[in-house]
Design a protein around this ligand. Structure first.
Ligand SMILES: Nc1nc2c(ncn2[C@@H]2O[C@H](COP(=O)(O)OP(=O)(O)OP(=O)(O)O)[C@@H](O)[C@H]2O)c(=O)[nH]1
Ligand SMILES: [Mg+2]
Length: 264
């Protein structure tokens, strides 16, 4: 069941070995042992997004969340949902559309922004995404936005030049934020199974990943690969996508998630 839930044979083997050492006598005890074993391998870092923590230092410019991942993973949809949630929480979010590559990307993100009445800053198609992010952060400052969500173009983990482009976006963001820390979020498509472990590995070589978004958890895929990813990268899943609608964004609950892996 663990292999079928996309944990991969290596991680499944480690978990089963962990359960055995706890010598459970009933199915319930085995389930508890599995949760304990898996939790011990997952990230111990906070699962809250950084914007909810107080900003250090003076000036207190906007918090930034940068989203990236492979094509179609669910970046734009996640940003649309999160912007809506932030607005609901009384924040003043702004979306920066740094996907200057795909046709209609700006329109797609703008449609989400309009749905929840959130401000957006768009790059021109073909513009350098890093300069769009720089200008976008400055626009957020002058408009008094407190959280900036950056949408980037989808890219494969094998596209070296596009990974370098992403690294540049990160460097420019650091500069525009006067060195303040920001969230660098890799969006993972649960449907893709264990291949996302390879993606996560390659993306993390190019940019410092601070968190994961697990999209499409409402599909039949269980998303178990994130256990291997958390274990290897040490970064936590901070958000889960559970549908295509504006409210379909959930907090990631590791215990419930682990139990769902061995539910039929
Ligand atoms: N069922 C389900 N579908 C989702 C979820 N998140 C995104 N999708 C769908 O996945 C598809 C791709 O989503 P996008 O948000 O456009 O993905 P993207 O990563 O921005 O794609 P590119 O910009 O083309 O790289 C869309 O049809 C979304 O509706 C989710 O949590 N559940
Ligand atoms: Mg997109």
């Amino acid at each position: 069941m663990l292999v079928a839930a996309d944990l991969g044979p290596a991680m499944a083997g480690r978990l089963v070995a962990g359960v055995r050492t706890r010598a459970p006598r009933t199915r319930e005890e085995a389930a508890d042992a599995l949760v304990t074993t898996a939790l011990a391998l997952m990230s111990t870092r906070p699962r809250e997004l950084l914007y909810s923590l107080p900003r250090e230092g003076e000036g207190g410019g906007p918090s930034l969340l940068l989203f990236y991942g492979i094509n179609g993973a669910g970046k734009t949809t996640t940003i649309g949902k999160l912007a809506h949630r932030l607005k609901h929480e009384g924040r003043n979010p702004m979306i920066v559309v740094a996907d200057t590559f795909r046709a209609a990307a700006i329109e797609q993100m703008a449609a989400w922004a309009q749905l929840s009445g959130v401000d957006h800053f768009d790059g021109r198609t073909g513009a350098d995404p890093a300069s769009v992010v720089f200008d976008g952060i400055n626009a957020a400052r002058s408009r008094g936005s407190d959280v900036v969500l950056v949408d980037t173009a989808g890219r494969l983990q094998t596209q070296r030049n596009l990974l370098e482009e992403l690294a540049k976006v990160g460097r420019v963001a650091t500069k525009a934020l006067d060195g303040a820390a920001y969230e660098s979020l890799l969006v993972i498509d649960a449907v893709l199974g264990l291949t996302s472990l390879v993606q996560a590995r390659e993306f993390s070589r190019a940019v410092p990943v601070t968190g994961l978004v697990l999209a499409k958890l409402d599909s039949s895929a269980k998303g178990g690969a994130v256990i291997a990813i958390e274990s290897e990268l040490g970064v936590p899943v901070k958000l889960a996508g559970v549908g295509e609608g504006i409210d379909d964004l959930a907090h990631f609950e590791p215990q419930a998630f682990i139990r769902s892996l061995f539910e039929a």
